[in-house]
Design a protein around this ligand. Sequence first.
Ligand SMILES: NC(=O)c1ccc[n+]([C@@H]2O[C@H](COP(=O)([O-])OP(=O)(O)OC[C@H]3O[C@@H](n4cnc5c(N)ncnc54)[C@H](OP(=O)(O)O)[C@@H]3O)[C@@H](O)[C@H]2O)c1
Length: 262
Amino acid sequence: MKNIAIIGGGNLGAAIAEGLIKSKFVKPGNITVTRRNTEPLAYLAKQGVKITSDNEEAIRENDVILVAVKPYNVKEILKGLKHCFNPKKHILVSVITGVTISDLTGIVDHGVPIFRAMPNTAIAIQESVTCLCSVGATRKQVAYVTDLFNQLGITISIDENLMDAATVLGACGIAFALRFIRAATQGGIEIGFDARTANLIAAQTVNGAAGLLLKGSRHPEEEIDKVTTPRGCTIAGLNEMEHQGFSSSLIKGIVTSFEKIN
Ligand SMILES: NC(=O)c1ccc[n+]([C@@H]2O[C@H](COP(=O)([O-])OP(=O)(O)OC[C@H]3O[C@@H](n4cnc5c(N)ncnc54)[C@H](OP(=O)(O)O)[C@@H]3O)[C@@H](O)[C@H]2O)c1
């Protein structure tokens, strides 16, 4: 079992630690989480996770170094830690948005295998989709890091040139899906439900729809055909949504996010 250090125990870093413990992928005592103000991590310390502000020690004592600091901090933080990395021991995994493997190689510059991962916030409940690419890693190391993120949802291997697209579709996608649920909830209230019930029905319906695709490996349109009775209410509502630009607005929103990220 490898020892894992998470440099930057904020929202994402702490959620990753929690998910790895829950999945039993690693024992709490084999995880170290760092941040400058360690107080918010007391709940992880109670579970047996090592908490520290000492990044150097964390890197020296661990094998997998997962960096989850803010993009504007990473250069400064990793530059000061360059001398701690050992290519024979370490694997560097970055979940930092917009920071390329080439940027990281430029900072660490040590022959250390480098992974870039793009999860989303559903990692907190082990339901992320994490897109992953790497440079300089062996097959065994790729399998290990893939397995690590599989504990936190599903993992998809991609070329690095698709990382921005993965950020939009997967990470920003959480917000797009949630806005759909919110709008459906508002519609549900207008046709008679209280907000709480409407939200529950809308959220579980999206969960069920996603499950039909993920567990049944079917095409969305195949499932839509099953609920669209000729002259029925589903097709009437669906077509009205399309007349109002439903699919088009989603596609345009995704493309706009992608243009913004570049
Ligand atoms: N949230 C998402 O949906 C998502 C998805 C994919 C990727 N990401 C990426 O994940 C990264 C983290 O995002 P987040 O939302 O978790 O941000 P966050 O909550 O701000 O976490 C960053 C953490 O880094 C710590 N930190 C700052 N300087 C440090 C240092 N010198 N040594 C150790 N820790 C230090 C901060 O704590 P202190 O101030 O106490 O040190 C903070 O807890 C970002 O780069 C983001 O782009 C986020």
